[in-house]
Write a protein that binds this ligand. Structure first.
Ligand SMILES: Nc1ncnc2c1ncn2[C@@H]1O[C@H](COP(=O)(O)OP(=O)(O)O)[C@@H](O)[C@H]1O
Ligand code: SF4
Ligand SMILES: [Mg+2]
Length: 390
């Protein structure tokens, strides 16, 4: 079936099955294109070719977001500070895709909201094309608002249910004065770009399935022709078979449009074919960062090793028996009261006294490539957890 035929099929599905659950069932029933997995890898390789020479697009230095919280507890008032993001630094080059990975609550969404300036940082710098946007006021932020766009996790809540798809796509065009006089046509082009039927422009989000709604969210992000797209767990609310389709769509669009990407995920499985670089976050900090190949085949931080070991769908090359898998005990500690020294120490099987008193700096361990950095007093390569990556 060609793409056009597939789009036409979708048209019929939606037209005859306005119930989103039925539409979802139809979408689920459609076979996943096996060759598309390969296509993602090829796209990644194409995108990586010139990366080393690419200019810096985004430079984040010591980014901090603390939330002051108050809560009535019995007869007293509890006051505290949530250290949601606590000193995050990284660089993103033009055309690069960075994967930001960590358990729920480690500060990924807050980081994305800081980078898009939906939140104001407590401190730190966010240099986008050399301009620090961390403290800019709304008017000065306007050009950047067009160049940096977000795709949200939940396709159900991120679209206004009272607006038609046409209105959803035309609003950002109007806000930024784009495609003047041909907004409707542009909205239809955008629907086509993301594999939806342009004739569905007058339908409401509730008339689409989950995967289709996420396609609308992608079209909305791309409407203003951004340079950088920040996708916050864009497929984790979708069924697994639909996840692959949406990931392939994102990879194709990234390549065609020359986008830079920050892709947020809570495990290392979903992003293995998609990213150039991986940054692993734990309790508000990056604990390991490096080229994808190094993170998946020679992780050095115990937390990265645990994440890699736990990823449900990674093809483990050297066959680690389930009983040998690293199982993290308990939940992460609260960012209201993070552990002293290394924040991972309360769950780390290698912790020693120094881990409680000295915070490990994020540095290149001896023998590692200079672009791999690890925040651990006792870094050590684990190659028995290696996973297949392209
Ligand atoms: N507006 C807020 N006020 C107080 N705490 C917040 C706020 N937003 C996020 N947090 C807290 O900050 C921490 C990081 O949250 P978040 O960035 O959403 O993590 P993730 O996206 O990795 O799951 C969590 O403990 C969360 O409860
Ligand atoms: S610094 Fe210590 S506690 Fe932290 S990850 Fe390394 S060994 Fe574990
Ligand atoms: Mg989140």
């Amino acid at each position: 079936m060609t793409a056009d035929e597939a789009a036409a099929t979708r048209t019929d599905e939606v037209a005859t099955t306005p119930d989103p659950h039925d539409a979802e069932a139809e979408e689920l029933a459609r076979p996943v294109d096996e060759t598309a997995e390969v296509a993602v890898d090829q796209v990644v390789h194409a995108a990586r070719r010139d990366l080393a020479a690419a200019p810096t697009l985004l430079e984040v230095s010591d980014l901090v977001k603390h939330f002051a919280v108050r809560e009535v507890q019995g007869l007293s008032m509890f006051r505290g500070v949530v250290r949601a993001v606590d000193g995050v630094s990284f660089t993103l080059r033009q055309g690069e895709t960075l994967g930001l990975v960590g358990e729920s609550g480690c500060g990924k969404s807050t980081t994305s909201r800081l980078l898009t300036r939906l939140e104001e940082p407590t401190s730190g710098a966010i240099r986008f094309r050399g301009t620090d946007i961390a403290g800019l006021k709304e008017k000065a932020l306007r050009p950047m608002r067009r160049e940096v766009q977000m795709i949200f996790q939940d396709p159900y809540s991120s679209l206004n249910p009272r607006q038609t798809v046409g209105a959803i796509l035309q609003t950002p065009l109007q806000v930024h004065g784009l495609a003047k006089g041909r907004e409707k046509q542009r909205a239809q082009e955008l629907l086509e770009l993301v594999g939806l039927n342009p004739e569905h422009i007058n339908r409401y989000p509730s008339e689409f399935s989950g995967g289709q709604r996420q396609r609308i969210g992608i079209a909305r992000a791309l409407a203003v022709e951004p340079q950088l797209v920040i996708a916050d767990e864009p497929v984790s609310a979708l069924d697994v078979s639909i996840q692959a389709q949406v990931m392939n769509l994102l990879a194709r669009l990234r390549d065609e449009l020359g986008l830079s990407f920050i892709f947020i995920a809570h495990d290392l499985g979903v992003i293995r074919h998609f990213c150039d670089t991986i940054a692993v976050m734990y309790l508000g900090k990056i604990v390991e960062q490096g080229p994808k190949q190094r993170i998946y085949t020679a992780p050095q931080h115990p937390y990265t090793q645990a994440l890699l070991s736990a990823a449900p769908d990674l093809a483990v090359v050297r066959g680690v028996a389930p009983k040998e898998r690293i199982r993290l005990q308990g939940d992460p500690p609260s960012p209201l009261d993070p552990p002293s020294g290394c924040r991972f120490r309360t769950r780390c099987w290698k912790a020693q006294d120094v881990c409680a008193t000295q915070e490990p700096p994020l540095v290149t361990p001896s023998g590692a490539a200079p672009d791999q950095v690890v925040a651990c007093h006792f870094p050590e390569v684990r190659s028995d957890l290696t996973a297949t990556v392209s």
